[in-house]
Design a protein around this ligand. Structure first.
Ligand SMILES: [Zn+2]
Length: 106
């Protein structure tokens, strides 16, 4: 079907600001604070908060909250640093909670 359908996007549940593209999904099996969360290689139109060390199920990580750049809703977090060798692939990646994002152009 020829058309002008753009990339499949995820947007902020609050203000519909576009925050990530489907092609950047690395994993859909993460656990967020309130249910399922997706791991993305990139996020856009977001603000990254202060870094802090957090003990997660997979070990100690330095993480920062990620906010919508428009409405400041907390959408997830960014992995700044992983201390466990097996978790290093998450560094610089973004977690967005499934309950905080909505699909666009699907
Ligand atoms: Zn928003």
């Amino acid at each position: 079907m020829a058309g002008v359908i753009g990339p499949r996007l995820y947007s902020c549940c609050n203000c519909r600001n576009e925050v990530a593209v489907h092609d950047d999904v690395i994993s859909k099996t993460f656990q967020g604070g309130n249910g399922r969360a997706f791991l993305f290689s990139h996020a856009m139109n977001v603000v990254v908060g202060l870094k802090e060390d957090r003990q997660l199920m997979t070990g100690l990580h330095t993480v920062a909250d990620v906010y919508c750049s428009d409405c400041r809703e907390v959408l997830g977090w960014k992995y700044e640093r992983a201390y466990e060798e097996t978790q290093k692939y998450k560094e610089g990646k973004f977690i967005l909670e499934k309950s905080k994002i909505v699909k666009e152009n699907w």
